[in-house]
Design a protein around this ligand. Structure first.
Ligand SMILES: NC(=O)c1ccc[n+]([C@@H]2O[C@H](COP(=O)([O-])OP(=O)(O)OC[C@H]3O[C@@H](n4cnc5c(N)ncnc54)[C@H](OP(=O)(O)O)[C@@H]3O)[C@@H](O)[C@H]2O)c1
Length: 331
């Protein structure tokens, strides 16, 4: 089968595209004929070696997938051959990745694809959708009527946070780096979209939410807690999920006397049951037309290295040429 894989960690050009043996589904697994995968920053960290996780070579890149059930392993019973399914959380913690024609995946990581969604959209929403949901609801305990701020509303996680916060009846404010991206954020449902390059974000947030922000969903790798924490409302929650090397200063006087909370998580630690709850809501919102994956650029599998290079230029180096997700089409 055709696969995009690495034999060692390193820069994007360590990614090879070639033939690997088709995996056999083991007990409780399903063999998926993968039609699309999508890239996330963690793919860059794993491929470069910046984050070390157990990894068997050849290691197939990619966590997110969508495709069709091809074969059932012993005891697998949740899906039938021919079902369309999506999922995430592969290529992590020793599991093989998914940017290949076939992938053998434990059936508890699989969710049905709604009829009104393409495979590319389903793959594009996978990790970022589950991450947005965990942060907003499991950790942020968001309620209708509350105010959410997420920087990067046209980004992978941010575009999901904007739409989910809206679907949950919250007021949502976001920031992006260009006029066209601000338009996009408003189309996704943002009540207020600010240009982080030209506007005074703290002043505008104070104007928009004089009592403070209930849930600050931080997506940036260098969060500024000295700015963010005083802008939280009493009992406000700040979600921290990026920036392994960051050492922000915490202004304690604005934090504990106002019963605020800092909540950190990594989506790959969530159990299959926790991720299933996210996927159920995601599918419900997709079917209702309240959630749509934002696809920025599609690459064929032959150009998997270029796809990672492009994501790196944008998400790490800040080129600003990407809105939403990088998808890899697998034909
Ligand atoms: N903990 C977890 O489980 C988990 C899961 C997923 C992702 N993450 C992490 O979350 C981070 C975001 O991931 P992603 O996939 O959403 O990345 P992404 O698609 O690259 O999005 C980043 C967004 O940040 C915006 N941005 C850049 N500088 C900004 C600034 N100064 N103020 C406001 N917004 C700014 C960008 O907007 P412009 O394009 O307009 O510049 C872009 O929309 C990454 O560090 C990733 O590793 C963690």
């Amino acid at each position: 089968m055709r696969a995009a894989y690495i034999e060692q960690t390193g820069p994007p050009d360590v990614i090879q595209v070639g033939d690997l043996p088709r995996p056999k589904p083991g007990p409780g697994q399903v063999l998926i004929h993968v039609r699309a995968s999508s890239l996330n920053p963690i793919d860059l960290y794993l491929r470069s070696g910046m984050i070390a996780m157990p990894m068997a070579f050849p290691y197939v890149i990619g966590c997110d997938f969508a495709g069709t059930v091809e074969e059932l392993g012993p005891g697998a019973s949740r899906f039938r051959i021919g079902d369309r399914v999506w999922g995430s959380n592969q290529g992590l913690l020793g599991r093989q990745g998914v940017t290949a024609e076939y992938a053998a995946i434990d059936e508890h990581w699989l969710y049905p694809i709604p009829k009104n969604q393409t495979d590319q959209e389903a793959a594009a929403q996978a990790l970022v959708g589950i991450t947005a949901h965990l942060g907003l609801f499991q950790y942020g305990r968001l309620s209708a009527g509350e105010t959410v701020y997420v920087p990067g509303g046209s980004g992978g996680v941010g575009s999901m946070v904007v739409q989910m916060a809206k679907a949950a009846g919250a007021r949502i404010v976001t920031a992006a780096g260009s006029d066209s991206k601000l338009d996009l954020c408003r189309k996704l449902g943002a009540d207020l979209a600010l240009n982080y390059r030209t506007e005074d974000i703290p002043a505008r947030l104070r104007e928009f939410a004089p009592d403070g922000i209930d849930v600050w969903y931080e997506t940036q790798r260098e969060p500024n807690l000295e700015v963010a924490v005083p802008l939280l409302r009493k009992r406000g929650r700040m979600i921290l999920m990026a920036g392994r090397a960051a050492k922000p200063i915490l202004p304690l006087g604005a934090f504990y006397p106002r019963n605020c909370a800092l909540l950190g998580f990594a989506m790959f630690n969530a159990t299959p049951e926790e991720q299933q709850r996210c996927a159920d809501d995601i599918n419900r919102w997709v079917e209702a037309g309240a959630l749509k994956a934002l696809i920025g650029q599609v690459f064929p599998i032959a150009e998997a290295a270029r796809a990672e290079q492009f994501l790196d230029e944008n998400t790490i180096q800040g080129a600003g040429k990407l809105s939403g997700k990088v998808v890899i089409a697998i034909e």
